[in-house]
Design a binder for this molecule. Structure first.
Ligand code: PRP
Length: 214
């Protein structure tokens, strides 16, 4: 009999990866090697189930899946929206829940209300553009940052930020607040479009088993 080909999973490093591994474990998919936090290994194999796993930076997950370097990926819906890749989004995994928000000091609310030409710092320029230009019809200046976005209004780089709010503690501890909500977010499973046709049964069965747990 011909050996089944490997199905490859790309997981975003960090919280989402651990949650995903927990979920996979509950349907009998394990990858012991991957739990070793001290390992610098990048790719892990479960020979028996013909599965491979690798960890990558969140924003790169849709890229690996679009090009077929991974058949399946798990990533936040923020990244899916921002990257806008040709992939199938097949399942809302229900964890990693948070919100994309416009945040700033209390007095910035006035600038938003009057559609002023404001500066917006964000790690998500495409989401910010879509929100301000297409939904709010407000012209703003978008400044791309790569992390610690909350610094924007504190050091005077920007009037507001567009960023993820989970518990809200980063905002509180820095004297900022949510001014507008852009959209709710959660972890999603994504699939390569060709893999979905070629491995329909295996992928459908996997989705079905996970869905039963949600
Ligand atoms: C994210 C996000 C906020 C924070 C929100 O940052 O950009 O800063 O988490 O979480 P909270 O509402 O629970 O405080 P992350 O920790 O990913 O790091 P970063 O600032 O480098 O992007």
């Amino acid at each position: 009999m011909r050996e089944e080909r490997y199905l490859t999973f790309a997981l975003g490093k960090g919280r989402l990866a651990s949650k995903t591994l927990e979920l996979l474990e509950r349907i009998g998919i394990t990858c012991e090697e991957m739990k070793d936090k001290s390992s610098r290994k990048l790719i892990f194999v479960n020979e028996e189930l013909r599965l491979k796993f690798f960890l990558a930076k969140g924003p790169d997950i849709p890229t690996y899946v679009e090009y077929g370097a991974a058949d399946i990926g798990v990533v936040g819906s923020d990244t899916i929206m921002e990257e806008n890749r040709r992939i199938y989004e097949v399942l809302d995994l229900g964890f990693g829940k948070c919100r994309m928000c416009v945040c700033g000091r209390e007095d910035a609310a006035e600038l938003l209300r009057h559609h002023e030409m404001i500066r917006v710092a964000t790690k998500y320029p495409n989401i910010a553009k879509d929100y301000f230009f297409n939904k709010k019809h407000q012209t703003v200046d978008i400044i791309k940052l790569n992390g610690s976005i909350e610094l924007g209004p504190i050091v005077g780089l920007s009037d507001v930020i567009v960023d993820i709010v989970e518990t809200g503690s980063t905002l509180r501890e820095n004297g900022l607040q949510v001014l507008e909500e852009v959209c709710p977010l959660s972890a999603r499973m994504i699939v390569n479009q060709v893999s979905m046709q070629m491995e329909t049964e295996r992928i459908r069965s996997l989705i079905g088993q996970i869905r039963e747990l949600l």
